[in-house]
Design a protein around this ligand. Structure first.
Ligand code: MG
Ligand code: ZN
Length: 226
């Protein structure tokens, strides 16, 4: 192989499919989130609370990734979302191909936002591009404030980090400021929000954040016919 070829580095199969997915999402005018966290940090609970806030004004699709069961899909359906459950059958992350394989079953053109809830795992989902606009990571106060430095890859890759379950702060040794500082060291571009999806604190800021990004995405969309 020539030097040029080596430097060019052939895109991985996953990356190639992710580019296709991104184009399809973009053609449909969608804003797409890839939500990553360890199990139990509140991804589905955040989705439920987000659906409650946005229902009626914003059309939302959810793609749920889990090793097994439809439980999370049932939960978000109960809050008004359409979407689809992907069971990985043991796989610890979603891949771009898994997403591509279900896109035909979703009414993409009729939606504004797609939330992809990744398999609960803080490690390898960070290395699989799904074609999303926004890669975000959740860290719950119950998991401990040492996680960013222990799992640097996802914090390095994420555009947004959300500290969840802040209603538990009075009962835990969790230094919010330290976590914010360490995320800033790993990734100065990463924005950090704090909220309690269950109690509502911080939800307004998150909902505004989504609204702002949706506007930016729409403004960037070429006018039909051009
Ligand atoms: Mg879940
Ligand atoms: Zn994996």
């Amino acid at each position: 192989m020539s030097k040029v070829n080596i430097e060019k580095k052939i895109l991985s199969g996953n990356d190639r499919v992710a580019i296709e997915n991104r184009q399809r999402f973009s053609d449909a005018g969608l804003l797409v989130f890839n939500i990553i966290s360890s199990p139990g940090s509140g991804k589905t609970t955040l989705l439920e609370a987000t659906l409650d806030r946005l229902a009626g004004e914003t059309r939302i699709l959810v793609i749920e990734g889990d090793v097994s069961t439809e439980r999370d899909m049932d939960r978000v359906r109960a809050h008004g979302a359409d979407g689809i459950q992907i069971n990985t059958g043991g796989g610890c992350h979603l891949s771009a191909k898994m997403i591509r394989d279900v896109l035909g079953e979703l009414a993409l053109e009729a939606a504004d936002i797609v939330f992809i809830e990744n398999v609960g795992n803080l490690i390898c989902p960070s290395t699989y591009d799904l074609g999303e606009d926004i890669r975000m990571v959740l860290l719950s106060t119950a998991e401990g404030d040492d996680k960013p430095m222990k799992y640097p890859s996802i914090f390095h890759e994420a555009e947004l980090a959300i500290i969840t379950k802040i209603d538990l702060l009075p009962y835990l040794e969790f230094d919010v400021e330290k976590v914010g500082t360490e995320i800033g060291v790993l990734n100065p571009e990463c924005e950090v929000l704090k909220l309690s999806a269950l109690k509502g604190e911080g939800m307004d800021v998150w909902i505004e954040w989504i609204g702002k990004r949706l506007e930016m995405k729409r403004a960037a969309r070429p006018v039909a016919g051009e």
